[in-house]
Ligand binder design. Sequence first.
Ligand code: ZN
Length: 471
Amino acid sequence: MKAFLLAGALTISGQAAASEASPRDLTEHEQRVHDIYRDIIAFRTASGHGQMDEMVTYLTDRLAEAGFPDQDLMVTDYDSDGDATQGLIVRYRGDGSSGEKPIVMLAHMDVVDALPEDWERDPFTLVEEGGYFFGRGTQDNKYGVANLTGTFIRLKKEGWTPRRDLYLVFSGDEETGMVSTRAQAKWVADNVDPAYVLNSDAGGIGLADDYSPLAQQVQLAEKTYVTFDITATNPGGHSSRPRSDNAIYDLAAALTRISQHRFPVRESALTRSYFAAMGESIPGELGAAMRAFAADPSDADAIDTISANPGFVGTLRTTCVATMLKAGHAENALPQSASAAVNCRVFPGEGVESVKETLETIIGNEAIAVSQRSEATESPMSSLPDEVEAALAKSLTARFGKPIPMIPTMSSGGTDGMHYRALGYETVAIGAGASRPQDIYAHGLNERMRVDAFYDGLDHWSIVLKELAGR
Ligand SMILES: [Zn+2]
């Protein structure tokens, strides 16, 4: 009840702020999704704050009011490395007339924490100012949660019955342990076995400086995130009597070798079409190199040019880089151990084990241990199902009045989608958000979303779902 009062209080202040600033006449659907967005941003659903259950209750109440029966609103408690969280799964029952497998849609309800004292505005109050909505989760990923929830409510209120089952699967610890994600993915595989999975938490539309649309990004793959500890050990001794071997020198030599190693270039239809499309919009030598690589992925000059750019080298190959260092215990003692963390982003298909073996080979010193710090989730690349591509094209044309190019992308790792790919499901992220690169503040201070882009994306999921599960 306390939680309800808190949400109510924030609701009133948020409404006042919005109505002063917004000149836009909102449709019933726009107002509804705006209110859900405002209300869920008010829950501090970062790890350690214990507000996930309040947000889940809020969402289930809204869905129940719209006519979703209790048995189709599945709430599960999870213990995410000591932090209590919840997951929510919503089933929209179809009539089965299409004979096709269900579709699952993903979003995550948790956020990276935000410290109110560091922000210019309260991160847990939706503030509309200067054409932007500000607040933690405005992009990542409460826009996805609000948009998908609002779409289910809208379609239910319209009396629409899909021709196949649709599911919303909202996780509760995507930003931390992904305990809920793993469990939900397994539950989905065992109980739903969908045709494919659509993720709201990546993709999205890139805008030019003047807010005109450049392309819809379609995330089809994620690199695998894995960290290795590289450790040299030594009997040590007094620093006045140096031995010929030394843990710090051994580690330094190993790191130098790693710094000089380039993992082999990997290419796929996905990355070639990505570079072909990016090459069209990036000027100068870099854009030319991208087009050349797309045409001939063995072009060494093109590879060198792209490799020199930190923003794009990760799309060419596996990367490993030293990120932390720890060595020695006293200034007058020989070091007994020296270790470095080396963080790798592994290209799909290369394999974490093979990267570990490569590091051992490059180091070439059996006295230096290479150990994997924690479990890694490896996931294959997905392909874009034809019917999803067609539905997405319809949504984009409706939104912009003309076709918008789609660019397949691979992320450096970190969304719920990898767990579904790992279980064999094609997983495609087609978020409805639209931003200029300079407006992306996800995980950072003063996270924001353009107000126009917010409202312009609210028909996205209903157009897509009516294409995929309608008529
Ligand atoms: Zn996210």
